[in-house]
Design a protein around this ligand. Structure first.
Ligand code: SAM
Length: 230
């Protein structure tokens, strides 16, 4: 099974490489982009992810059924829920280490939850710059990331949770699921400010007028929520 998963992951990475330079065109400049969406998606958003689930979202039901058993989806959703999520939302299969496959200024909102820590810091900074590029002037960014300060605070009481949940997540067959870095508020604030974002503010769990935040936000306990404006 390990070999099968590694082969699947290799084929996925290959197909992502082939798509890396494309640009997806939109008729209007009011699109909403969800980066590293996983299965936390909403209608009306362009949900981008490099996972197998996003590949099969546009394939027939039988392919979705197979993918259900090959991904971690079965830990959180029934097969019917999984198929419904994939069929009713717009997914874009793309490796975000190669940037956002969209033109400058096409987006009013960019959202990303528990994804940035899955990139090495250099790739994350390039992606945040790219988020700035695709936003129109006045467009808004909302980030949710596991809070480094919270994670470190677990050390005295719950070292195991700290290490397993945040620092040493090690899934050898799926490189996308490992954490590559962590941030506290000052770190992420300074990166966003250097890129040119303004009005950088800490936000709270589901407490914002950012679209669909009550459904897109998750993991309220350990997350850092930040908003910024281009
Ligand atoms: C922890 S999940 C977060 C999912 C969702 N945003 C949420 O809040 O529940 C991280 C997601 O990032 C995706 N991911 C990791 N590295 C990626 C990359 N380089 N390009 C695109 N997606 C990536 C994974 O496939 C996974 O779905």
């Amino acid at each position: 099974m390990k070999l099968f998963n590694r082969t699947l992951s290799f084929v996925n990475e290959l197909s992502l490489r082939l798509k890396r330079n494309r640009r997806i065109k939109f008729d209007n400049s009011n699109i909403k982009i969800n980066l590293g969406c996983g299965l936390t998606v909403e209608k009306g958003w362009q949900n981008i992810d490099g996972s197998l689930s996003s590949v099969v979202s546009s394939l027939p039901k039988f392919a979705k059924k197979i993918a259900y058993h090959l991904t971690g989806a079965k830990n959180s959703f029934t097969i019917d829920e999984y198929i419904k999520i994939l069929s009713e939302n717009c997914f874009i299969h793309h490796d975000l280490r190669t940037g956002i496959p969209m033109d400058d200024g096409v987006s009013e909102y960019v959202f990303s939850s528990h994804f940035l820590e899955h990139l090495y810091p250099g790739d994350a900074q390039v992606l945040l710059k790219d988020s700035y590029r695709v936003l129109k002037k006045g467009g808004r960014l909302r980030l949710s990331i596991p809070d480094l300060e919270f994670a470190i605070g677990l050390y005295p009481e719950n070292k195991e949770r700290m290490l397993k949940n945040y620092f040493f997540i090690n899934n050898a067959s799926n490189n996308f699921s490992n954490h590559k870095y962590m941030y506290d508020y000052d770190m992420i604030r300074s990166i966003l400010a250097n890129i040119g974002f303004q009005n950088i503010l800490k936000s709270s769990y589901k407490a914002s007028d950012f679209p669909d935040v009550e459904r897109l936000d998750n993991r309220g306990e350990d997350s850092l929520f930040i908003e910024a404006i281009k």
